[in-house]
Design a protein around this ligand. Sequence first.
Ligand code: SF4
Length: 318
Amino acid sequence: MNNKHQVTAIALLSSGIDSTLATRLILDQGINVIALNICFPFENEKADYAGNIAKQIGVPLTKLYTGEDFIKVVQKPKFGYGKNMNPCIDCRIFMLKKARCFALENNADFIVTGDVVGERPKSQTLKALKLEESEAQLKGLILRPLSARLLPRTIPEINGWVDRSRLMAIRGRCRKPQLAMAKNFGIIDFRSPGGGCLLTHKEFSEKLKKLFDYKKDVTALDVKLLKFGRHFHFNSSKIIVGRNKEDNAEILKLKKPGDYVFELIDRPSPITLLEGVKDSCTINHAAKLTAQYAGVKNEPVDVKYEYNNQVNIVNVFP
Ligand code: SF4
């Protein structure tokens, strides 16, 4: 990285409390900070938390959208999964690599993260932090302001760009020190601590595992669809049945050319999407599932299905 000064840092800002405080601590030392928010297909958020936090602490923000590049990491993580399909160590290396490229593009001097030693059992141990740093080729260039005084000195501290004595020595899972700091700084409205992305959820992980078995080149659109409806694998096809109005609307938005859409005629009905092979047996099965989740019992019912603006009707007995 470069020798010009005004010193510049790239802060990985997730909009959670840790990365927000870490960014704020470095801003307070007069460093020029650019926040980078990496957006994953496995997040489930509608609110612009990162934008909101960046405004609150007064830092310019760049959003970087990831898709198939990150899905490939999830399909085959070098360092394995956590409890569910969350490859946290690989994910963090992926983010650091993106931050490194962004730093090079912006002539920045070092990277800031909200890591807290021991906060997460697998990805925030001393050993894991060291591993992540070396895999991302950022040795000595990642400053973790919340735990900095527990960690070896980094290049920004050695060079005197950052005053180590004004950094923190927080360790462990209890977020009380961070909440107190946030109160002091007057920072509100950050994303609530704990949890993780959808990959840490059991039900979502099961759906994803089945999707990886069913399809080799999984796209960001496939992953988006996983967030809505009940998912069934039938022969070489996939059937997705909406669970509520929101699911129905999203499924319609996400349908691809060639997908069939099923719905009951003249009564409340879920929207069902059929992807893959569309033989008569699969069409019948998709129609039956539509009728079943519409609450039809022991009576024949007409289900319409549409493709290429052409409407067909199939009569089924769920
Ligand atoms: S919880 Fe999700 S976003 Fe967070 S590090 Fe793990 S895989 Fe990445």
